[in-house]
Design a protein around this ligand. Structure first.
Ligand SMILES: [Zn+2]
Ligand SMILES: [Zn+2]
Length: 326
């Protein structure tokens, strides 16, 4: 591990900046313009099916599949969507960034550009009038309701250009905007067919119930808790301008994202846990891949290292250091 204690927060990484003028999603009478029905229907179906199918087709194999996909798609959100493409907390070749992004997309939280644009806006305007999801507007608004009002396409386009111009220029990410539901249908069908091939029709249904619907409900609420619970309950290590909190329960379910006050203090850092007791599975996963792939650099294949140049915040020095330099 290479650890440069003199390195400041200016790292040799593509730093993503956001425009000063970020258009906010209007919260003035948000439901007066109607509902964003595709999102309402999608979330409604996922919740109803999770309960109904898991009761109708209980299975231990389905449960293990649930655990595996909870881990994989959850890390897709925390490592891929959040720490990589939103904050550039480490360096990756594009192919690995795309793999992470597709895994994150299968968590059901929208396409990558949408997620990153909303989240960057949250950081810029945390707990103010322009925060898309602050508990100041109500716990349930911050948890789920904020994504249900009708979104005007023109507003969305403006937000993408202002908050995520780096991603909006990328053809692959733009292609995911239009193919989002096909990826989900493909995963659901695959899980059903694999279960059917391994056992019976009801095995296929249990794989669908646990691996797709129940897993998605748990990952969704774990992520949503970061926006609601971690801006309301927990301890504050840093005096940030917002109301962000460090919450161990959220960190447990959301793979380390619950150390949200730490994250608001140092958004670019790949580690959200700043102390040894602050369990951060996402950071451990990043370190694991960076460590395991480091020898590729020694044999002239450094462009194949999936993760390098990891930005790590050290509370003692209050600086971000670069580990695993490329
Ligand atoms: Zn926050
Ligand atoms: Zn963030």
């Amino acid at each position: 591990m290479q650890n440069n204690s003199n390195a400041g927060i200016t790292a040799p990484l593509p730093v993503t900046t956001t425009s000063e003028a970020i258009p906010a999603i209007s919260k003035a009478g948000p439901f007066s313009r109607g509902l964003e029905w595709p999102i309402v229907v999608f979330l409604g179906i996922v919740h109803v099916m999770a309960v109904a199918l898991c009761i109708a087709f209980p299975s231990w194999n389905g449960f293990w599949l649930f655990l595996a996909l909870y881990l994989v798609t959850g890390l897709g959100v925390t490592v891929g969507y959040h720490r990589k493409i939103t904050h550039q907390s480490f360096r990756s070749p594009l192919w690995f960034e795309y793999v992470l992004s597709v895994l994150g997309m299968l968590a059901g939280e929208g396409p990558p550009i949408f997620w990153a644009a909303i989240h960057r806006q949250h950081h810029k305007h945390s707990d103010t009038e322009d925060d898309p999801h602050s508990p100041h507007d109500g716990f349930w608004w911050a948890h789920t309701l904020w994504m249900l009002p009708k979104i005007r396409r023109a507003e969305l386009g403006r937000m993408y250009r202002a908050c995520a111009p780096d991603l909006a220029r990328n053809r692959f990410y733009m292609s995911l905007e239009g193919t989002y539901l096909y990826w989900h249908a493909g995963l659901a069908l695959t899980l059903f067919l694999v279960g059917w091939a391994m056992g019976s029709w009801s095995t296929g249904m249990s794989f669908l119930a646990y691996g797709y619907f129940l897993r998605m409900v748990v990952v969704l609420h774990a992520t949503w808790m970061v926006n609601s619970v971690s801006h309301k309950w927990g301890y504050r290590t840093y005096g940030t301008d917002d109301n962000s909190r460090n919450n161990a329960v959220v960190a447990l379910f959301a793979h380390g994202e619950g150390w949200h006050n730490n994250h608001h203090h140092s958004p670019v850092a790949a580690n959200h846990g700043h102390h040894w007791w602050e369990y951060d599975l996402s950071f451990l996963a990043i370190l694991f891949v960076a460590l395991l792939s480091r020898p590729l650099g020694w044999i002239g294949l450094k462009q194949w290292r999936p993760i390098s140049d990891v930005r790590v915040y050290t509370p003692k020095t209050q600086k971000v250091q670069i580990w695993f330099r490329s």
